[in-house]
Design a binder for this molecule. Sequence first.
Ligand code: ARG
Length: 457
Amino acid sequence: MWKGRFKKNASEGLIAYGESVSFDWRLYGQDIRGSIAHAGALLTKGILKREEFDEIARALQEIEGEIERGEFQFKEELEDVHMNIEYALTARIGAAGAKLHTARSRNDQVALDTRLYCLEAIEALDGAMGVLQRALLDQAEENLVVVVPGYTHLQRGQPVLYGHHLLAYVEMLGRDRDRLRNVRERVDVMPLGSGALAGSTICLDREQIAAELGFSRVSQNSMDAVSDRDYVAEILFSLGLLGVHLSRLGEDLVLWCSSEFSFIRLSDAHTTGSSLMPQKKNPDIAELARGKSGRLIGNLVSLLVTLKGLPMTYNRDLQEDKEPLFDSIDTAMDSLFVMAEMVAEIEVLSDAMAEAASDEFLLATDIADYLVMKGVPFRESHEVVGRLTAFSLKEGQAFSSIPIGKLKEFSQAFEADIEEVLSLSGALRARKGTGAPSPTNVMEQIARWRGLLGGEE
Ligand code: ARG
């Protein structure tokens, strides 16, 4: 493509080291759509004749069909997807094909293709996050009455509904979706026309190209447009954080299906055995979702390091944006689908959950709150219940079996109605402030999310 100035062919080493077609081939659909839109602007400008435009569009569609059917031979020596397609086009239609690259550089072309690819990926990721949200909602709804201990520091803290715990992940995924939709606004900028870095003396109608491709805006600075990969970094951050959320969900499931917790059983379909230990049933999907957060985070770091210190404008370093981008999109999509499948089939072992939730220490804060309502300052009531806990542990006596006379030795404020505080269902019902886990609230939250996700299938 640049044979004019060069006397020697590229070395084998350069070809193998510099090629990107082995991974950027997947931009072919975007590249072809972009080229047809660009050809449309060349037609408007009078640089292409109608027959030439038709010929180009037809040949590009033919090439696309061949790629889809696996009949197209990508050549490493043609470096990237853009040159492979242009070369094939010119080989087929000659002169008209050779006019296509007028007023365009691969620098604005690759920026366009990557943005188009990201726009489609954001749609797909948004849908996949919705699938996992719905699986979590179904699981919460099917187990509405199930209570589990809520933990801080992985120590039993206070009782919550199992559904409330799952809805926390629905919230996280909701923020992940918002974040990507927000990034989408900055992806939705059409860079073509920026040329190599300084636009072109042949001014094409950039708005026409943007409209044709469904972009809302065109870029406003040609130098920024060819060197900007902020939108890739933002997507990688969003997916990195999604990875962190999936990792935490994975970790909860790993804990819950261990013999130590025994809160849930995962389907045989989503677990593996051990080649050595016949009794084992391992939660590999949950572990992999946790493990793959490493590469999702790594991909972000890799791109940021690549971008840091690049002089303006396009530098070949930027070719290194695609593998992390593709890898994060693929990894996130796979993790979301497989996690959704697994969550849908979780078997809740409600007896074990009930047993754990019946631990009366989970209600220690409620007793302190009870004393507050009887007029005891919280710091004092906290200390009273602390002493009571020590007593209970030492004597092996649960709160509810300590007679009122004994309780009064800890605080005169205790009365017979303390009994009501020691009921688990009462304790949950009482947590009715916005965001707290009362059964009514949890049902309302499920309904709220159903409403928000309503339009999605
Ligand atoms: N394969 C290149 C990339 O992904 C396309 C742009 C090449 N531009 C250039 N001036 N060599 O970045």
